[in-house]
Design a protein around this ligand. Structure first.
Ligand code: HEC
Length: 169
């Protein structure tokens, strides 16, 4: 029974791949549309949803087991957002200070600020630190170094970044 399911899944995968290849060689929007429809139908049968604008699959075995794919895990998605935005240029995850403070062990701990006060690094603080880096400046670091442009990230990307930082115990 299990073998059968696996074979069915493999067959489905081949079909999706085939449709994809065909879709790419056929020019025009119509072909793209047909490809999207076919992909959606196959996906529906396999019990997964595919966002045809990004090609990202979620909810099914492809998302859960897809090696390297972030799937729906907010921590992995947050790691990807951090990578895309080059946060690592200034933040390490191994405990060493860089241009900015390390993210290791940050979440849930007290942070010393330049004004001499302390703040607990809860989700609200992390969010504020990403959206308005100058609102609370960490002791030993300079203001106006971290870009203020991350406030244009989508709210869910901010939440994913926070989930990622929270995972770095
Ligand atoms: C150009 C360097 C730079 C980049 C790039 C950068 N940061 Fe920062 N970040 C800093 C500096 C410097 C500080 C400390 C000063 C302050 O509090 O603003 C800081 C502070 C923080 C803090 C508070 C840390 C603490 O110990 O309390 C968080 C959270 C943070 N950054 C998140 C991010 C995220 C998420 C990204 C990428 C989307 C990012 N930073 C990109 C330089 C940077």
């Amino acid at each position: 029974m299990r073998m059968l399911t696996i074979r069915r899944a493999a067959l489905l995968g081949l079909l999706v791949l085939g449709v994809g290849v065909l879709g790419c060689t056929a020019p025009g929007d119509q072909a793209q549309h047909r490809q999207d429809e076919a992909q959606k139908e196959l996906a529906a049968r396999a019990g997964i949803t595919i966002d045809t604008s990004t090609g990202q699959a979620s909810g099914g075995p492809a998302a859960a087991g897809g090696g390297g794919a972030a799937g729906n895990d907010p921590v992995k998605l947050g790691q990807a957002v951090a990578l895309q935005n080059a946060c690592a240029a200034c933040h390490t995850t191994d405990g060493k200070a860089s241009v900015g403070p390390t993210w290791k062990g940050l979440a849930g701990h007290d942070v010393d600020l330049v004004d001499g006060s302390k703040v607990k690094a809860d989700d609200a603080y992390l969010k504020e630190s990403i959206l308005q880096p100058n609102a609370k400046v960490v002791k030993g670091f300079a203001p106006n170094v971290m870009p203020q442009t991350f406030s244009s990230l989508k709210p869910e990307q901010i939440d994913q970044l926070i989930a990622y930082i929270n995972s770095l115990k």
